[in-house]
Design a protein around this ligand. Structure first.
Ligand code: OSB
Ligand code: MG
Length: 370
């Protein structure tokens, strides 16, 4: 596919309600959309970095810089065959996985449109709908949290994830567990604890949680091994797994029993596929994480979550949980069985509303072949 024009749009979108994690509260979400035009077709991708380096060191600013100054010059006017070809061309650029993954997503979208196949088909996914849950941010009071969980349960979500941080953990999770004795429940600390402060999490072991996500340092594997040996509840790594190699380290060190796969964090869908395969071979459950994506990133997440190793519900909620207005004509809704349908159209299977893109964009960078 000869890549003729590539456009970057940094977006800022107001969230339906604020989202608070151990690294802060946000009222709006940023991302960078990538539009690639090639041989009469258009592919779209989404880079899931945010304004601030909270979850990841990458930001909207670094994504724009790295793509504009290093990645796009290697691609423009070139004949790029597929995701593997793209990864080889950018492999000497260290890190910046969220940036690269957004470009890879646009290439998959193009590839699907060229071949007349959905992304699910290209990736080898089987499920036509995938089980999902909702990720709930820190609330001002425990009572607020319990009533919010109740609202989402009434909407049909059968799995809930609570964000936790030191001092806002055991009593909150216990209150939710008391109110919903049979709910599939899990927690995510986003690296807020040390091996010492994580001792406070021991009572979580009695709450029948599906998993405890990323309690320790964002780049740690070894200390998670030490903590896992002290807890019955499976630990799940998110931030620490930045590549298939890191997934192998975590597996060999027995640092976790579950992996959260976010294609962005590992540099693209191609690396996500590798991790899925590695985990499937040893029967380690995986699930698809989320980054408050627009419907573009959500379409991609639904496609990868349709693979057979994704046996736990994903952080992929209905469009309305995130944004009042999104950038596609399609809207993702929750089925009564707590699933969302995997798109069936070619590529990502969504059509982008370019007017909406321009409404939310606060910049635009166009690179054309000369
Ligand atoms: O740690 O899983 C996380 C959102 C942004 C950055 C990191 C995380 C999250 C979420 C939201 O938990 C999941 C979603 O998109 O619904
Ligand atoms: Mg997480």
């Amino acid at each position: 596919m000869k890549l003729e024009t590539i456009t970057l749009y940094p977006l800022r979108m107001p969230l339906v309600s604020h989202f608070e994690t151990s690294f802060g509260r946000i009222y709006e979400r940023e991302c960078v959309l990538v539009k690639i035009e090639s041989e009469g077709l258009t592919g779209w991708g989404e880079c899931a970095a945010d304004r601030d380096p909270g979850y990841s060191y990458e930001t909207t600013g670094t994504v724009m810089h790295v793509l504009k100054d290093f990645v796009l010059p290697l691609l423009i006017g070139q004949d790029v065959a597929d995701a593997g070809d793209f990864q080889r061309r950018v492999s000497h650029i260290r890190g910046h996985h969220l940036a690269k993954a957004g470009v890879e997503m646009a290439l998959w979208d193009l590839l699907g449109k060229q071949q007349g196949k959905s992304l699910r088909q290209l990736l080898g996914g089987q499920k036509e709908k995938v089980e999902v849950g909702v990720s709930i941010g820190l609330q001002d009071t425990t009572a607020d949290l319990v009533s919010l969980v109740e609202r989402y349960v009434k909407e049909g979500y059968q799995r809930v994830k609570l964000k936790i941080k030191p001092g806002r953990d055991v009593s909150e999770a216990t209150a939710v567990r008391r109110a919903f004795p049979h709910l599939k429940l899990q927690v995510d600390a986003n690296s807020a604890y040390t091996l010492e402060t994580a001792a406070a999490l021991q009572p979580l072991d009695d709450l029948d949680l599906l998993l405890i996500e990323q309690p320790l340092y964002e780049d740690d594997i070894w200390d998670h091994r030490l903590l896992q040996r002290q807890m019955r509840t499976p630990l799940c790594l998110d931030e620490s797994i930045t590549s298939p190699r890191h997934a192998r380290y975590a597996i060999e060190m027995e640092a976790c029993r579950i992996i959260n796969i976010k294609p962005g964090r590992v540099g693209g869908l191609s690396q996500a596929l590798e991790i899925h395969q590695m985990c499937q071979a040893i029967h380690m459950p995986v699930w698809c994480g989320g980054m408050l994506e627009t419907n573009i990133g959500r379409a991609s997440n639904l496609a990868i979550a349709s693979l057979p190793g994704f046996t736990l519900p994903g952080d992929i909620s209905a469009s309305a949980r995130y944004y009042r207005q999104d950038v596609t004509h399609e809207t993702f809704t929750l089925n009564p069985d707590s699933t969302i349908n995997v798109p069936t159209g070619w590529g990502l299977g969504v059509t982008v509303d370019e007017e909406k893109v321009k409404d939310f964009a606060f910049g635009e960078v166009v690179v054309r072949c000369s």
